[in-house]
Design a protein around this ligand. Structure first.
Ligand code: GCB
Length: 640
């Protein structure tokens, strides 16, 4: 949650239709328009990790007051990127504590001199806790490593003769039982084994805790009276598409709003006025998932124009939002998109790659989407945290359906079920829904992955969390992903879809693929009998070292991964005729984890390597996904 300079909690304000929330203001993606400019701050920043014993030297010496280089030696650090893997210093790779980033920016004259211009600093994500100063003045703090936050810096950049500004960001990657994801710091006090003050960061999730400025940082402008947020929900009445809109304006109570919906040819198909209403689109093109329709992912553009009169003259603001018209619904045994049964055949991903760690990277993004489409995947889950906004935009454009997951992974300690943790988790869901609510690709929220949902406080925790998420967004189902026993799961009664992870013949019955069919069928039958809700096999897979071959198959070989998948598929093919509505392989690609004897340089359950090269299982899955696409749809798709 973003806090103002005084650190005060934000006031209550409306987000979706009529429900009261803690978040103030919108988080529209910064798009250029006739009234808005952007200045990207990607590139090299100055960087310094605070290696002092208490990690507080930067605060004690106020490194934000003067250029960072004056505090001591600095490094060049690329943004966006994790800081961990770009250097040659092993201490930085595993660093826990405060790191400092700094960038000097020259601003266009109009931004610093036109008082009718609002200048906003936006940080796509900073993992995990961030404090931001501009020209030495504290402008924002934010907790949470996977969602954007902003600071209005107009007053600071418009207050003097300077046409430049110095942005300093201190980031702390420490995880505690109350952060999301949670973690613990373990101090080793036995001085016969460890040096004085020795500590390690422990986590309960299976990916490396990369840190830094992972996503684009930018400055953008709006007029001082501006479109702050837009909320869209869509529906269908026979052939007529319905687009319900609500526009939130800041800066004045007196303004006019005009709204136009344009089709892909640029033709206006509906229009309206005022801050809320319903647009009706006769013979609307629906937003269909990839491989569910010959023309998937149809996007209209909602153009919102604000005009207002001020003492200084007329003001106008303009924002264009992509809109997909589609519906989502869940029955006892189906997941429906536009009223038709949808079967998730897709993947789980991670934001992860060599060198850049979790840093956003366009070539990687495009490669991943090309691989997804090659594979015939129609969906993925953002395991185990929200992904970059640019990823979500591509999902909208390509028709890749998303289960949008919060960073609630590894909630296994009793302390992580306290009210403090719950409050933070509720806020994170608010930030997530606020950011992603208008993406047609997002069809379901996942509030957590594999929490200890059998612990006593889990019932209240998940009941509250899921109810709040549904209040925030009544238009989408909500789930969390479980690996608990069906009888012991205290959260399952509250979800709309059961998402279950299982690793038969991997974490149990090592090497015995012959037990998979029986165990998997039993799993599905028990969950369905107990809850009568559609089920997604949200994870399954096997660790596989690319290039390891063994036949008959042994664990870790490419043959074993394929064999295990085939056993799962036999059962999935039976149960998808009844109530199983999806299968998501673990994982799309190999990814980095903490070091442990179970992980050979990371998790190797990818069907692609970390460098995005296919293992044998990728071809097997490609055959299956294209077959599924053709079997379950009315028309025939030719493979890419
Ligand atoms: C799981 C977790 C995932 C792990 C995976 C594994 O159940 O949800 O984060 O990486 O298993 O490979 O063990």
């Amino acid at each position: 949650m973003a806090r103002g300079p005084a650190g005060a909690a934000a006031v209550l304000g409306p987000l979706l239709w009529g429900c009261a929330l803690a978040l103030q203001g919108g988080m529209l993606y910064p798009r250029e328009s006739p009234s808005r400019e952007r200045k990207e701050l990607d590139g090299l920043w100055s960087f310094r990790a605070d290696f002092s014993d208490n990690r507080r030297q930067g605060f004690e010496q106020q490194w934000y007051r003067t250029p960072l280089r004056e505090s001591g030696p600095t490094l060049d650090m690329p943004v966006p990127s994790s800081f961990n893997d770009v250097g040659q210093d092993g201490r930085l790779r595993s660093f826990v504590g405060w790191v400092w980033y700094e960038r000097e920016v020259t601003l266009p004259q109009r931004w610093t001199q036109d008082l009718g211009t609002r200048v906003v600093l936006r940080i796509g994500s900073a993992h995990y806790y961030a404090i931001v100063w501009v020209n030495g003045v504290h402008v924002a703090e934010h907790e949470g490593g996977h969602l954007p936050f902003e600071a209005d810096v107009s007053k600071l950049v418009q207050s003097g003769p300077l046409s430049s500004c110095r942005i300093t960001i201190a980031i702390n990657n420490t995880l505690t039982p109350h952060t999301l994801p949670p973690g613990t710091i373990l101090y080793q006090k036995d001085t016969s084994k460890y040096p004085k003050g020795y500590f390690v960061q422990n986590t309960h999730f299976d990916f490396f805790n990369y840190a830094g400025l992972h996503r684009p940082v930018l400055l953008y402008t709006t007029p001082t009276i501006y479109i702050d947020d837009i909320t869209i929900t869509t529906g269908m009445d026979q052939n007529t598409g319905l687009v319900n809109y609500k526009v939130f304006v800041q800066g004045s109570e007196h303004f006019q709003l005009e709204v136009r919906l344009l089709d892909e040819e640029g033709k206006v198909v509906a229009q309206g006025t005022g801050d809320q209403g319903q647009l009706q689109v006769p013979s609307a093109y629906l937003w269909w998932p990839y491989l569910m329709h010959e023309h998937p992912a149809y996007l209209y553009s909602l153009e919102v124009r604000l005009t207002a009169q001020t003492e200084a003259g007329p003001v106008s603001d303009f924002y264009a939002l992509p809109v997909g018209i589609r519906t989502v619904a869940v029955t006892e045994n189906q997941f429906l998109i536009n009223g038709k049964p949808f079967y998730f055949h897709g993947v789980n991903k991670h934001e992860d790659a060599d060198i850049r760690g979790k840093g956003f990277d366009w070539p990687l993004l495009v490669k991943d989407f090309n691989l997804l489409r090659w594979l015939g995947a129609n969906s993925f889950r953002t395991s185990h945290y929200p992904y970059a906004e640019e990823v979500m935009q591509l999902c909208d454009r390509y028709g890749i359906v998303v289960i949008d997951e919060s960073p609630g992974v590894g909630i296994v300690l009793t302390q992580s079920y306290s009210n403090v943790s719950l409050q933070h988790h509720l806020e994170v869901m608010e930030e997530l829904v606020r950011r992603d609510k208008n993406h047609p690709a997002v069809v379901m929220w996942s509030v957590a992955n594999e929490p200890a949902s059998y612990l006593k406080p889990a019932g209240y925790y998940f009941k509250t969390l899921i109810a709040h998420t549904k209040d925030l967004d009544p238009s989408r189902p909500v789930t969390f992903v479980t690996n608990s026993n069906y009888e012991a799961d205290l959260g399952a009664p509250y979800v709309d879809v059961i998402c279950v992870n299982s690793y038969y013949s991997w974490y149990h019955d090592y090497g015995h693929m012959e037990v998979i069919q029986l165990q998997l069928a039993t799993q599905f039958e028990k969950w369905y009998r107990t809850y009568q809700k559609p089920i997604i096999q949200s994870e399954y897979g096997a660790e596989t070292i690319a290039g390891f071959h063994q036949d008959p198959p042994l664990m870790f070989s490419e043959e074993y991964q394929k064999g295990l998948l085939e056993q799962y598929h036999l059962v999935l093919d039976q149960k998808r005729k009844e109530y199983v509505v999806g299968e998501l392989i673990w994982n799309f690609a190999d990814f980095m984890t903490d070091q442990s004897p179970q992980r050979a340089m990371g998790n190797k359950k990818g069907i692609f390597t970390r460098q995005r090269q296919p293992k044998g299982a990728a071809f097997l899955l490609r055959e299956r996904y294209w077959k599924l696409a053709n079997e379950t749809r009315c028309s025939f798709f030719r493979r890419l």
